[in-house]
Write a protein that binds this ligand. Structure first.
Ligand code: SF4
Ligand code: SF4
Length: 500
């Protein structure tokens, strides 16, 4: 009997019961799948360590946080009427100020170039040293480290924090938790507030924000950034690196067998096991299985299991293990920064040295230098006067009653200088052309004055007498010339006489 026939033969109650069984089976399978796919987060309580890499991380953190919080207060004199904040994104003008540099919206390509430079530098750095960016300089790492330092200060080191987590909610526990979260929130507010200082005059904004006179958008941004800092550094921590950030996946393409990463020297450490003071080291490895490297790891992994996606190359497990090696009087460096090839060379007893010069590192360095040189040349070659020419497209040309052809162009003339500029418009490539600026008095004048720090828009009418055999399109150049005859800026465009 077919399945359909069987179902048809069932009473409604039997069918309902069967449906119930099927549904509960499906739910059981779904819940099992959910359990295996979405493992609950196990809290990590990193143990504090002392050592070279911990010190390096403190220094990098202090420098980066100082830059972040202090830079908006650095002043830079740009003359009267100009903002005196060294680094400022002025959304009203709109301009980006970076010390001596002032970028206009039309020059956004410099920002794109800067991002490309930063990406190439990161590629080069990753090819050389693995994920050190993640371990030392990424904002997620810096703020998480800061939050863990606060946690450690308020609640105690790893053991004390684990005990506190298991304790019932006594007054002592509530007090510690409140203190920790209050400090975390204060840091989060300062982080969000400092970010907004890059968009306003910092001293003015600071007084306005407390009196309630700052723009509503600023408060919204501070609230948003406070929330993200508090959540990402306080609660999500290593999950951001493991699940949210694409970089761990991408960086696999940057590294090769000579790239350095934090490595457990298996050949030296194994076979591992507990060791009694004074007992022989013969026939065993240097790892005493104390798990201090695991306890120190902010990502909660065991580096002895080999390369792992989660490892951010922070080196804290190296410091933890070096402390242990000192205590048991074995040489430091059981866990160390090493490349795969370096491990092989050690194993073969060959001299080990870092191979910085490789095809991929040379390639990244050359591209980085080339992009940097192009950007530098473009920056140095920036003129105070700039010009953008847009040809009218509707209509593309006009035939006048006498048969002459006219094209119209919109000229946007930028004066980035501090003095007014009087410029004359000229066209090359059309010797017979008559030029006129719409609305200009006197009508034959081609002079345009542009105030400092302004963009002036004018409409240029170019008229050419109709001639037999005239090409339907001619390449021309429209430019602006200063009083000394110097061409300040020009744009290539076309004059259309028919066909479009
Ligand atoms: S394994 Fe070591 S280097 Fe990697 S994240 Fe953990 S502590 Fe940092
Ligand atoms: S800290 Fe060093 S000795 Fe201790 S378990 Fe880790 S690798 Fe082994």
């Amino acid at each position: 009997m077919s399945e359909t026939a069987t179902t048809h033969a069932m009473s409604p109650r039997t069918a309902e019961a069967a449906d119930g069984i099927v549904r509960s089976d499906v739910e059981a399978v779904n819940s099992a799948v959910r359990r295996t796919l979405y493992k609950a987060r196990e809290p990590i309580y990193p143990k504090s360590v002392k050592g070279v890499f911990r010190r390096a991380k403190w220094i990098v953190m202090a420098v980066l946080l100082a830059i972040y919080y202090i830079v908006p207060f650095i002043r830079w004199d740009r003359g009267p009427g100009q903002p005196d904040q060294a680094v400022l994104v002025d959304l009203d003008r709109p301009r980006l100020y970076f010390f001596w540099l002032e970028l206009w919206p039309q020059e956004i390509y410099f920002l794109a170039g800067l991002l490309i430079l930063a990406a190439l530098a990161l590629f080069l750095f990753t090819a050389l040293f693995g994920r050190v960016w993640c371990g030392y300089a990424c904002p997620q790492t810096v703020w998480t480290d800061l939050y863990i330092a606060v946690e450690n200060w308020v609640e105690g080191d790893r053991g004390a924090r684990i005990r506190l987590a298991k304790e019932p909610w006594t007054a002592k526990k509530i007090g510690k938790r409140l203190a920790k979260h209050a400090i975390w929130l204060a840091i989060a507010v300062l982080t969000g507030g400092a970010w907004v200082l890059y968009f306003y005059d910092a001293p003015t904004f600071l007084s306005e924000v407390f009196t309630g006179d700052a723009p509503m958008m600023a408060y919204i941004f501070i609230a948003g950034l406070t929330f993200t800092t508090y959540t990402l550094a306080g609660f999500m921590r290593e999950q951001v690196c493991t699940y949210m950030c694409p970089w761990p996946r991408i960086q696999g393409a940057m590294v090769d067998s000579e790239s350095i990463s934090v490595t457990y020297l298996k050949a030296r450490g194994e076979p591992r096991g507990r060791h009694k003071k004074g007992a022989s080291w013969d026939g065993r490895g240097d790892c005493i299985d104390c798990n201090q490297c695991v306890a120190a790891c902010p990502m909660g992994i065991d580096i002895r299991d080999g390369d792992q996606l989660e490892c951010i190359n922070c080196g804290l497990c190296i410091d933890a293990c070096d402390e242990v090696m000192d205590k048991i009087e074995r040489p430091r460096g059981l866990i160390t920064y090493e490349s795969h090839m370096g491990v092989e060379r050690r194993r073969a007893g060959q001299p080990n040295r870092f191979h910085f010069v490789r095809t991929r590192t040379v390639f990244y360095a050359v591209v980085l230098a080339a992009v940097g040189a192009v950007m530098l040349a473009a920056l140095l070659g920036r003129e105070a006067i700039d010009l953008n020419v847009l040809r009218d497209r509707n209509p593309v040309y006009v035939r006048l009653s006498n048969g002459d052809i006219r094209n119209a162009y919109t000229l946007k003339i930028m004066n980035r200088g501090t003095e007014p500029a009087t410029l004359t418009v000229r066209v090359e490539g059309l010797p017979d052309a008559t030029l006129r600026i719409a609305g200009q008095t006197p009508p034959e004048s081609l002079a345009v004055t542009v105030a400092p720090d302004e963009i002036r828009s004018v409409r240029l009418l170019v008229t050419v007498p109709q001639k037999p055999g005239m090409p339907s399109s001619q390449a021309i150049s429209i430019g602006v010339v200063s009083a000394d005859g110097k061409v300040d800026a020009d744009n290539d465009t076309v004059f259309i006489a028919g066909g479009e």
